[in-house]
Design a binder for this molecule. Structure first.
Ligand SMILES: [Zn+2]
Length: 250
């Protein structure tokens, strides 16, 4: 539906979409139907040729890569934690439009900005996509229990801002995210950016109450920090750009 709605251009935001591990013949990694791959195929039916898929989820976008690995018109770009399930995405194949950036634990906001500016944004601009999908992936956030990446939501929001306008059709999906508080705040911020809405510093009381009513069955949920409820924006997670990250851009 996102692809059909943007047949003539536009932006669609569907945070519940983004089952990037789904394979043609099997479910995988909490994903059954690979809605991302189906969306790209729908664009294809509508005559769209050059597509970029940018996956910032903490896990490798293996299902989407598998679907389009032999199609150089579809660029699949994935930034994910090195050594984490499904442990693929360790190499790139530029001639086939496959780009992978396996980043170390502790990956910070400065490092994501570096990768985008040094390598990924130029790649996207050179490809000149007619349509683009971005998967921000809230499981790359510091507060998420499923990865050891350390991004703040500022970094994911900046990434969405940076790619907005690089293609006449843009679909932003959600992808993974296993801390309901950081996921909800991250996704709400993406919505604000795409709608040019200024974000409030403090969340309104009704929203804080809603968040506090969410059940979170993990150790961290027993005594959640106030910052999960009170502000939309995380504290920035700037840091050094480590050699392992610089080495991904050569
Ligand atoms: Zn994930």
């Amino acid at each position: 539906m996102a692809a059909s709605l943007t047949a003539d251009g536009g932006v669609v935001y569907a945070p519940g979409v983004g089952n990037h591990h789904g394979m043609p013949d099997r479910a995988s990694g909490f994903c059954f139907v690979n809605d991302i791959a189906l969306g790209i195929l729908r664009w294809r039916e509508l005559g769209v040729r050059r597509v970029v898929y940018l996956d910032l989820d903490a896990h490798h976008g293996d299902g989407v890569e598998a679907a389009f690995a032999n199609d150089p018109d579809v660029l699949t770009i994935s930034i994910h934690e090195a050594g984490r399930w499904p442990r693929t995405g360790t190499v790139s194949a530029p001639s086939r439009g496959v780009w992978n950036f396996a980043v170390p634990a502790g990956f910070n906001d400065t490092e994501l900005r570096f990768l985008l500016e040094a390598k990924i944004l130029p790649l996207i601009k050179t490809h000149a996509p007619e349509a683009m999908i971005v998967l921000p992936g809230a499981d790359a956030l510091e507060d998420d229990p499923m990865s050891r990446l350390s991004l703040s939501n500022n970094a994911l929001w900046d990434a969405v801002r940076a790619v907005r306008g690089l293609a006449p059709r843009l679909a932003v999906f959600g992808g993974g995210g296993y801390n309901p508080y950081s996921l909800a705040r991250c996704w709400a911020g993406v919505w604000a950016i795409l709608n040019d809405i200024e974000m409030p510093l403090h969340l309104p009381p009704a929203v804080q109450e809603l968040l506090r009513g969410v059940a979170y069955f993990r150790a961290a949920g027993r005594n959640p920090p106030a910052r999960w409820f009170e502000q939309l924006r995380d504290a920035p997670a700037e840091g050094p750009v480590r050699d392992e990250v610089k080495g991904l851009c050569v």
